[in-house]
Ligand binder design. Structure first.
Ligand SMILES: Nc1ncnc2c1ncn2[C@@H]1O[C@H](COP(=O)(O)OP(=O)(O)O)[C@@H](O)[C@H]1O
Ligand SMILES: O=P(O)(O)OC[C@H](O)CO
Length: 498
């Protein structure tokens, strides 16, 4: 066993870079977070500066080690987890990005996706990648860069220009340009990776006209990816675990058995269910994705995403200005016994799974003269619960696996009224763990397993501990009319923006 006492997790998210030092019990010893700038150069476009991502991540990492009072000799390994699908393309010789990172939220390739759909490409993409033809994923974003930056395609064909998701970019920088690698979970979000054969797929590369020479080597999620070079971090620390942030959260929640699921209530919501060694094809437009690969075992997950989750609370705060904090929303919501017949569908940017309707728009229905801001707060919280319940139902139908318990994390999982409503809707237990930094913890676990810091997944499973749980306290008969009204409200929001 490695005598070094800590694991450093780098959690590179959409709005901030975080670094957390964990000890063997899975406890966070120090946490440092650094926000960075979002760029919106055109409507529907979202970009990040890859150098700013790198610098913010380095600063967070160095400070987290310092805050824990540690040195390089104390860190057994580094785990990396990241916002997924976001595309960085850089020059191999200089290490400089040749374009800002195109973020997963960016919709600039909607027309290209539409054309590919018309050409009948959806089926092969779904079969090989488990994904849908949507601008969300990396492939069409890489294509856009190759088409729009002069001379880049030829250079990419010669391997002089490299592509990576954020994990690859950070590893490239941390290893001083020695490793151009990614893990299977990140690769599975690109539209280019065959999730069955675990290889970049020549047919898909052909469809999107992307040269293989620019792609990283794909590794498992828990093995040595490279060693740090002297720089912002000291020389020689192994980078030993990598996973996309939602898969890492599934791992950090110790959802290791088939049928176990977690939901992250952040800006959006991401529900992932472990389906074991079986990649299940969804009948409800959920995504089939690689959860992780450890040794020679690949595990898969069914994933559903909601675009507006906790963000609906931000909207009440920042746009409507009817609350001054998220906590106030919870307080107001508990002053009323229900939403008084008000249903809010927060389809502000369209609806994700299971609808995937970019034309859907927000709807509030059931407003009467008696509707007040407490009802609106309650309806907003409930809208998060309803959307997640839709995903859970789809997941259960696709997998044939009942949900015994939902493990939760993310900012909005702090809301007790939301979690109670969720348990009522699902008619199953909802559990908040002691460590809510599950994303970073998952990456730490993957790295720690690779270097023998943790013996096996059983040890990790036993580390997971519950802080609070919520049992259904309303019957299925009481809940059904609410679900019916919700479905009715959703149907009125679909296809609104013709
Ligand atoms: N006490 C709370 N009750 C309800 N929602 C909350 C609470 N605290 C934070 N949130 C919501 O959580 C979201 C942020 O969660 P976080 O996990 O940090 O998101 P992300 O990783 O997507 O940036 C915000 O949208 C915010 O409205
Ligand atoms: O950075 P987050 O937590 O918003 O997660 C983003 C997801 O990985 C996008 O697929």
């Amino acid at each position: 066993m490695d005598r070094r006492q800590y694991i450093l997790a780098l959690d590179q998210g959409t709005t901030s870079s975080r670094a957390i030092v964990f000890d063997r019990s899975g406890k966070a010893v120090s946490t440092v977070q650094k926000e960075f700038k979002q760029h919106y150069p055109q409507p529907g476009w979202v970009e990040h500066d890859p150098e700013e991502i790198w610098e913010s991540q380095c600063m967070a990492a160095a400070r987290a080690i310092e805050a824990a009072g540690l040195g390089a000799q104390d860190i057994a390994a580094i785990g990396i987890t990241n916002q997924r699908e976001t595309v960085v393309v850089w020059d191999k010789a200089t290490g400089k990005p040749i374009h800002p990172a195109i973020v997963w939220q960016d919709r600039r390739t909607a027309d290209l996706c539409g054309r590919l759909k018309e050409e009948g490409c959806s089926k092969v993409i779904r079969k090989k990648t488990g994904l849908l033809l949507d601008p969300y994923f990396s492939g069409t974003k890489i294509h856009w860069i190759l088409e729009n930056i002069g001379g880049i395609r030829e250079r990419a064909e010669r391997g002089e220009v490299l592509f990576g998701t954020i994990d690859s970019w950070l590893i490239w920088k941390l290893t001083g340009g020695k490793a151009h690698v990614t893990d299977v979970s990140n690769a599975s979000r690109t539209l280019l990776f065959n999730i069955h054969s675990l290889e970049w797929d020549r047919e898909l590369l052909g469809l999107l006209y992307i040269p293989e020479a620019m792609l990283p080597i794909v590794k498992s999620s828990s093995e040595i990816f490279g060693y740090t070079e002297e720089g912002p971090l000291p020389h020689g620390i192994p980078i030993a675990g990598v996973a996309g942030d939602q898969q890492a959260a599934l791992f950090g929640q110790a959802c290791f058995k088939k049928g176990m699921a977690k939901n992250t209530y952040g800006t959006g919501c991401f529900l992932l269910m472990n389906t074991g060694a079986l990649p299940i094809q969804s009948q409800h437009k959920l995504l089939t994705t690689i959860a992780w690969r450890i040794g020679n075992r690949t595990e898969y997950a069914l994933e559903g995403s909601v675009f507006i989750g906790g963000a609906v609370i931000q909207w009440l705060r920042d746009e409507l200005q009817i609350i001054s904090s998220a906590q106030e929303c919870n307080e107001l919501a508990t002053t009323v016994k229900d939403s008084n017949g008000l249903f809010l569908v927060p389809a502000f940017t369209g609806l994700g799974a299971p609808h995937w309707d970019p034309q859907a728009r927000g709807t509030a229905i059931g407003i009467t003269r008696g509707t007040n801001r407490a009802h609106l707060c309650r309806a907003a919280l409930e809208s998060i619960g309803f959307q997640v319940a839709d995903l859970v139902r789809a997941q259960m139908e696709d997998s044939g696996l009942p949900l015994a318990q939902l493990r939760v994390d993310g900012g909005a999982s702090r809301s007790d009224p939301l979690l109670q409503f969720q348990a009522d809707l699902l008619q199953s237990e909802v559990v908040r763990p002691k460590c809510v930094e599950t994303t970073a913890l998952g990456a730490a676990y993957l790295a720690g397993l690779a270097v023998g810091y943790w013996g096996d997944m059983g040890e990790i499973y036993n580390n997971w501990a519950e802080a609070d749980h919520f049992q259904p306290n309303r019957s299925a008969e009481e809940i059904q009319p609410l679900l019916d009204s919700w479905n009715d409200a959703v149907s009125r929001s679909l296809g609104w923006k013709h």
